[in-house]
Design a protein around this ligand. Structure first.
Ligand SMILES: [Zn+2]
Length: 488
């Protein structure tokens, strides 16, 4: 068998003014041809899982490209067009194919378009024709559209948030694609879009409504006629018509059953809609509670400034409050501020510097904070993920400095990356277990690796573009009415 394989991934926060052009993809990941296989083999990613199964089953992979950038504003039209063209040209040149494997996100919004993945899949389908099966892995946050459902043979959404099953979904997509290509199953799919826009911090799968929905999906999937079930929580900060929760069911040739199960999942999601609402503590209360804790480390989650949800990663409200309160044995991980890093590099390790840090993208989310501290360490920002997410994959934070302000350590980074791995502290010489307070800029992903070592977790309601307080945003494009924006 010969399978085509490619990855094109971006989570677009349409409220963000940060660009997502070629440079941002080059900074994170942009690889062509066989390099894709070398970079992702054995990693805890969808591509890693796909490569694993394909190689174990003797499938020949025809690699095209892997393109991913940090979540931010709309993907530049030129880069989207260039990347799509390249995938289509590679497909056309690939010769006979038995299947197509695509690792996409599902919440990519290019300039001038609402549905990056739907358009790409339409073009892929037009190129390979109706007979070649196309299997797609999608993020749990995919805002699934009718075009994605129609033009793909199979969609496989992550079932976990934090996303710790990416490689499992890559494996599953490849196994099912083999089944379809060999004629062992004939997929019948049903999809239901709910009038629900769940805030990010209410989407975790350890408990709450998404746990409930996935327990139900697991139960329904015991029926041997069911091939797979995905419940997509959606990404609320992409203000497009199709943002929000949807349910997708695949059966082996039984359309009526697929429709029935999709209806049941949609009904359950609606019945429990209020459980998605989320409240976090105001910043002063959150910091006071962290300082009063009787164990360590306390994880103080800056859930609204999660670069993984398209936020800048440079807001300062929590930092300012920690400084005011005189917090020590504390680390802020991480603050995106290239200028501040450059100043630390120029001063050198051991030097004392006075700098304005953070607050440079949108001062309405917290102005820059002036600090005087000692440059503790400098590094090139390269580390290897060791937690349950992206295990084995190299992380790149760009030039990185640790600025020590009276034992409040600020990790300053040059490339935006969510604080989802304690390795991001360790590799710059900070022992997470020795800290009283660790601020992480992450909504949910930090839980996978930090929860096991945390004494307590406190979520703060600071300003930022990944806020779960949807009242902070003005939505213009999402279909209405939708809960919780409108009481239905
Ligand atoms: Zn996600």
């Amino acid at each position: 068998m010969r399978f085509f394989i490619a990855m094109f991934s971006h989570e677009t926060n349409t409220f963000s003014t940060l660009p997502s052009d070629r440079r941002q993809f080059e900074a994170r990941d942009l690889r062509y041809g066989g390099e894709l296989l070398e970079a992702y083999r054995g990693t805890g990613t969808c591509l890693g899982g796909m490569i694993d199964v394909a190689e174990a089953r003797g499938v020949t992979l025809v690699p095209s490209l892997a393109a991913a950038a940090a979540p931010a504003g709309r993907v530049a039209a030129a880069f989207y067009a260039e990347t799509t063209r390249r995938v289509l040209a590679d497909l056309a040149a690939a010769g006979r194919l038995d299947g197509v494997l695509l690792d996409l996100h599902g919440a990519m919004v290019p300039e001038g378009l609402e549905d990056g993945e739907g358009e790409l899949l339409r073009a892929v389908r037009a190129t390979v024709g109706p007979a070649v099966p196309v299997a797609v892995t999608l993020d749990f946050h995919a805002n699934v559209t009718e075009d994605m459902v129609r033009h793909a043979t199979l969609l496989h959404g992550y079932k976990t948030y934090p996303h710790v099953d990416m490689d499992a979904r890559g494996r599953e997509a490849t196994e099912r694609l083999l089944d379809v290509a060999a004629g062992r199953i004939r997929p019948a799919t049903a999809w239901r879009q709910s009038p629900l826009l769940p805030p990010i911090a209410g989407q975790l799968t350890a408990r709450g409504p998404m746990r409930r929905l996935y327990d139900m999906a697991d139960e329904l999937a015991r029926d041997p006629r069911v091939v797979s079930i995905s419940v997509f929580a959606g990404f609320p900060l992409a203000d497009i018509r199709d943002a929000g929760l949807s349910s997708y069911v695949v059966t082996d040739g039984d359309q009526a059953l697929a429709e029935e199960l999709a209806d049941r999942l949609a009904a359950a999601a609606w019945a429990h809609r209020r459980e998605f609402l989320h409240e976090a503590l105001p910043v002063p209360a959150a910091v006071a509670r962290a300082l009063a804790a009787d164990g360590r480390p306390v994880i103080l989650a800056d859930i609204a400034d999660n670069t993984g949800g398209g936020a800048a990663g440079d807001t300062t409200e929590i930092l300012r409050e920690l400084l005011r309160a005189g917090a020590r044995q504390t680390t802020v991980a991480c603050l995106w501020d290239r200028e501040a890093v450059r100043a630390c590099v120029a001063a050198g390790v051991g030097a004392t510097v006075t700098l304005k840090v953070g607050g440079k993208v949108d001062p309405s989310h917290g102005a820059p904070v002036e600090v005087t501290g000692q440059v503790r360490t400098l590094s090139d920002g390269r580390f290897v993920h060791k937690g349950p997410m992206f295990r084995g994959l190299e992380g790149r934070l760009g030039p990185t400095a640790v600025l020590d302000v009276n034992d409040l350590k600020i990790i300053l980074i040059s490339l935006r990356w969510q604080t989802l791995d304690p390795e991001m502290l360790r590799f710059v010489g900070i022992d997470p277990l020795a800290e009283r307070i660790i601020v992480v800029k992450s909504s949910i992903h930090y839980r996978a690796a930090f929860e096991p070592l945390a004494h307590a977790i406190i979520e703060a309601d600071a300003p930022g573009l990944s806020s779960s307080n949807l009242a902070r945003f003005t939505f213009k494009r999402v279909r209405r009415p939708i809960y919780p924006l409108d009481e239905l």
